[in-house]
Design a protein around this ligand. Sequence first.
Ligand SMILES: [Zn+2]
Length: 358
Amino acid sequence: MPILTEPIGSIPRPVELVDGMKAHAAGSIGVDELNVLFDRAIKDTIKRFEATGSPVITDGEQTKPSFATYPINGLALDPGGVVIPFADGHTRQLPTLKAGPFRYQTYASDYLNKAITLTSLPVKQAVITASALSLLYPATGIEGYSNEAFIADVANEHEKDIRYCLAAGAYNVQIDFTEARLSLKLDSSGGLLRSFIALNNEVLNRLSPSERQKVGVHSCPGGDGDSTHSADIPYSELLPLLFGMNATNFYLEYAGEKNKVEVLEVIKDNLRPGQRVFLGVTNVLNPRIESAGEIRDLILEAAGYIPLSQLGTTDDCGFSPFADDLSTSRDIAFEKIRARVEGTRLAEKALEKTQVAI
Ligand SMILES: [Zn+2]
C-alpha cells in the first residue's frame, strides 16, 4: 500500500527575492522588477521541487507575504493587533481592520493558477483559516460594522478561498491552523480553541463530502526564525478537539516532538474513521538533514499505532511561513524533502515485506 507524502507549503525565498521585496517596500524598485524576481523564484522552486521526487508539490509560497496575511496584503490596516510571542523572545504582531466590509485582496487560487502552468505534477495549495482572520477585528470596534457582520464576511471569504482553489485544480487544499495550539496557551480552558474550531467548521460544513475529501488542516507549534510559539502545549490537549474538525487530512508537526509514543497514543485514541494523519518526519527548525533510514524507522514505529490507510508523511511545517524568514537555506529545505520522500518509500518497502511474511 503506498504511503501518501506531501509538503506543507513554504520554501525559503531566494535571498535576491527577499532583498527585492524589501527594496519594493522601501520604494526603490518598481512592481515590474519585483515580478521578474517572483517569476524566477517560482520557476526555480518548482524545478527543484520536482527534482526531489515529491509526488505532490507546491509553489513554495514564493509570492505570499506570509501564510496568514496574503488575503489582507495591500489593505489599509491599523497596527496594534494581536501579538504572537515566540519562545526565543521575538514577536509577530497582527494588524487590525480599519473599515468594513471585509474582502480578500488576494485569493490563494491566484498562486495556484500560476503554479499549475509550470508543472505536470499535482499541486496542493495552502489557505489561512477563518479563525486567524477573525483576530483582525479591533478591540475598540468599527462604527457601522459589527463583529458579527465581520465574522460572517470572514467565513464567506474563507469559503470562496477554498472553493476557488478546488475549482482551479488543486490536488488538495490545506488550511493552515497554526493558532490552534497557540490558542490553548492563551486560554488553557480550551474555550478559545473550541470557538476557533466552531467557526472553521461552519465553513467546512458548507462543502460537500467529496469536496471535504480534498481538504486538510495543518497544525504546528508555529515556526519562525527557527523558534516556536506553543511547543510546550501537549498534543493530548489539542488533538481530541482538533480531530473534531470536519476535514479529511491532518498535517501534524511530529519530528520535533519529544515524546513520540505519547503523541502516537493520542492520535490512535482520537483519529476518526475516514480521517488521515500526515506525520511530520522532517524537523524544519533544525538544520540537520534527517537520513532516509531514520525517517523510515519513524514511520514504521507510527505504523504500529495508526492504520496504514490513515497514515501519510509530511514536513513538520512550512520551511519559511513568513517571507523574510531566512533561517533555513533553500538547499537544506530541498534536501529534507528528498529525505522525506526516500524515507517514506523505504518504509513502504519494509512494510510490504512484513505483510508478505505474514
Ligand atoms: Zn506550521
